[in-house]
Design a protein around this ligand. Structure first.
Ligand SMILES: Cc1cc2nc3c(=O)[nH]c(=O)nc-3n(C[C@H](O)[C@H](O)[C@H](O)COP(=O)(O)OP(=O)(O)OC[C@H]3O[C@@H](n4cnc5c(N)ncnc54)[C@H](O)[C@@H]3O)c2cc1C
Length: 376
């Protein structure tokens, strides 16, 4: 579709060049399919960041030898999917990083053809902030942080879970550009469980839950698609639930080592290429319910770990969610019940013998997508 408001398209990944009326352009699969920028309104200029030359995937080791994965915002879905098949990611044996097993089902949750997978980007998915944004689900579950370049030349970091605040709404300020996402290797080393449900087989996600076992007796659960914004809960055995530190608030300082970043090349004129992406988007963005999108935030973020019990965690997620997302891909009450069901399954899978009230969920795998585990 033409973006008829646009006068100029530049190759530019430098926020200092950004001015009012500009939109960053990555794969263009949202901008061209809607014919506008659904996060900011009709753009006058598009700043195409795909020529920045950023390495899609980079492994870092800090002075103590700790590994982390940097995913460029311009990393395409297809590049990320290929990482799951790397036999020695970051120079370690693949089986040492079971968290990478999440990549295939998460990419499959991106219900699109290989053509879309080869142009759309991880950063574009996060910045669009749709509830069914599978990259948001993955990066939230991995506790990833975004590195953000600002128009004043400075940089800041934000947790992906905090960056997304509602359908098509983020905490990105005007002109801010996501450079990359940093994933701690600890998240990749921990065992994970994945559940997703959709009204139709391989349809848009109506609820997507990922659990990550943070210890023998605790897990971190992230809920997306059924809620307006990502919701995270720490769930732990009774005797641990008072001792686990709360998930930090959005404005808490981040203690993350600096990572090297290649300088962006200077802005240059880009020849306009006719691109068209047909995407049935009716109801995709859903109704905006502004305030309700963040109502549960303080409850989820300020709380201690929830007891690993079906009734306890279900109450906690109801409070944290505030309201359940409502669009053509599922009724709110159905999404709530599915979230409860899938969450019980994750508790039963990751905390066997620890979680209570989830006996019915033992061995049950609800949903249309499966997580294949890599064995040692
Ligand atoms: C057939 C089809 C199926 C799809 N299925 C899904 C789905 O299941 N779930 C889903 O969430 N989406 C889906 N999408 C939408 C879209 O493809 C994805 O959200 C995709 O990841 C967007 O990436 P992009 O690079 O194409 O973004 P673009 O269209 O280039 O940009 C989208 C928005 O992000 C901003 N942006 C891009 N990169 C950055 C950055 N680095 N920093 C700051 N802002 C940035 C842009 O300014 C714009 O506002 C689908 C699209 C199609 C065509």
């Amino acid at each position: 579709m033409d973006v008829t408001s646009v006068d100029e398209v530049l190759m530019c990944a430098d926020p200092r060049e950004w001015r009012v009326g500009d939109s960053w352009l990555a794969g263009g699969t949202v901008i061209y399919s809607y014919g506008t920028d659904i996060t900011r309104g009709a753009p006058r200029r598009l700043l195409d960041i795909t020529g920045a030359g950023w390495q899609p995937l980079t492994w870092h080791r800090d002075a103590d030898g700790a590994l982390s994965l940097e995913i460029a915002s311009t990393c395409r879905i297809a590049d990320l999917r290929a990482l799951a098949d790397d036999p020695t990611p970051g120079g370690v044996m693949r089986a040492e990083l079971p968290g990478l097993d999440l990549i295939p089902p998460v990419c499959d949750s991106f219900v699109a053809s290989w053509k879309i997978w080869h142009v759309s980007t991880v950063g574009g998915n996060v910045a669009t902030a749709l509830p069914a944004g599978p990259m948001i689900s993955l990066l939230t579950a991995w506790d990833a942080t975004a590195l953000i370049l600002r128009p004043d030349g400075r940089r800041r970091r934000a947790r992906v879970a905090d960056l997304v605040v509602g359908p098509a709404k983020t905490r990105l300020g005007y002109g801010e550009l996501i450079r990359s996402f940093l994933v701690p290797a600890e998240s990749l080393r921990q065992q994970a469980a994945f559940r997703r449900i959709s009204l139709t087989e391989r349809g848009r996600s109506a609820a997507l839950l990922i659990g990550r076992r943070t210890s023998e007796q605790s897990l971190r659960l992230s809920v997306t698609a059924s809620v307006f914004r990502p919701v995270m809960l720490d769930i732990a055995a009774d005797d641990l639930s008072a001792g686990i530190p709360p998930i930090p608030a959005a404005d808490a300082p981040l203690d993350i080592p600096p990572i090297p970043i290649a300088d962006a090349p200077p802005a240059r004129r880009r020849p306009t290429v006719a691109t068209s992406a047909g995407w049935g988007v009716g109801g995709q963005v859903g109704r905006r319910r502004g305030e309700s999108a963040v109502r549960g935030e303080s409850v989820a973020r300020g709380s201690r770990a929830v007891r690993a019990d079906a009734a306890a965690w279900r109450t906690a997620i109801d409070v944290a969610a505030g309201r359940w997302y409502d669009d053509i891909h599922g009724e709110p009450e159905w999404r709530r019940r599915m979230t409860h069901r899938l969450g019980d399954e994750i508790l039963a899978e990751l905390l066997p013998g620890v979680a209570t009230g989830v006996d019915d969920a033992v061995g049950r795998v609800t949903g249309d997508l499966r997580m294949e585990r890599t064995t040692a």
